[in-house]
Design a protein around this ligand. Structure first.
Ligand SMILES: [Fe+2]
Ligand SMILES: [Fe+2]
Length: 238
């Protein structure tokens, strides 16, 4: 893969997700705002494009047989995978993280009031993600499965083109991306204070893992699944 100033961030991560580690290192958003060129994000972050291109190329050139090429997957398989892996992850991890967060708020909240803010943001994220995932599972995912199997032209009831629910989902991804940027800031990039107790450390480690999973989840939808759904719809329209 050749990388230039005009390469699009989201497309690079879609081709090889290992590049996400380079973008994360420089604080570049590759999932919600992945539709920008390297030149633009470098200008924004005040980084020399040559430097980041060199690091991206070195990352891609490393041989690694464990990298999953999601881009080559049929869209219905990817929809199944997202639902079974990432949607399930959110449901199960939320139930694990909430009591931990509540506990550290009770014990350490007076010295660290930012914990209450983190808890408030996390609970709001889970509430909204729960509705968000239900909408995906009822509209876009069945649309994708039906189109792949070339059944009758499927339209999510009352929604018209698949572009409509996709626009709505992408907007909600932006909202969650912003919310987790706030949690990341409040938690000092998930760094517990010196001498923090085990529960504090575990909670922050779980929150970081949750954010990483959410980034991959949103990336798979924004940069791979949704463009594939739009392409499938076009194929049927012709
Ligand atoms: Fe999803
Ligand atoms: Fe989503």
């Amino acid at each position: 893969m050749s990388i230039t100033n005009d390469s699009i961030v989201g497309q690079l991560t879609a081709q090889d997700y290992r590049t996400a580690s380079v973008f994360k290192k420089y604080g570049i958003d590759f999932c919600c705002n992945g539709n920008r060129s390297l030149q633009n994000v470098c200008l924004d972050k005040n980084i020399m494009p040559e430097k980041i291109i060199e690091e991206l190329q070195a990352t891609i050139n490393k041989k690694d047989d464990t990298v999953i090429d999601f881009k080559s997957w049929p869209a219905d398989l990817l929809a199944d995978y997202i639902e079974k892996k990432h949607h399930h992850y959110i449901k199960s991890k939320a139930a694990e993280i909430k009591p931990y967060l509540h506990k550290i708020c009770k014990v350490h909240g007076s010295l660290h009031p930012e914990l209450y803010e983190i808890e408030k943001h996390f609970i709001a994220a889970i509430d909204e993600l729960t509705t968000h995932m239900q909408k995906e599972e009822k509209t876009i995912f069945p649309f994708v499965r039906n189109m792949v199997h070339e059944k009758e032209k499927y339209r999510p009831t009352g929604l018209g083109s698949v572009q409509n629910p996709i626009d709505e989902m992408m907007h909600e991804h932006d909202v969650e991306g912003e919310r987790f940027r706030e949690i990341e800031k409040l938690s000092n990039r998930y760094t517990p204070p010196q001498g923090a107790c085990n529960t504090y450390r575990i909670t922050f480690a779980l929150l970081k893992e949750f954010e990483d999973d959410l980034h991959l989840h949103i990336h798979l939808e924004n940069n791979i699944l949704f463009p594939n759904a739009i392409a499938l719809e076009k194929k049927f329209a012709n």
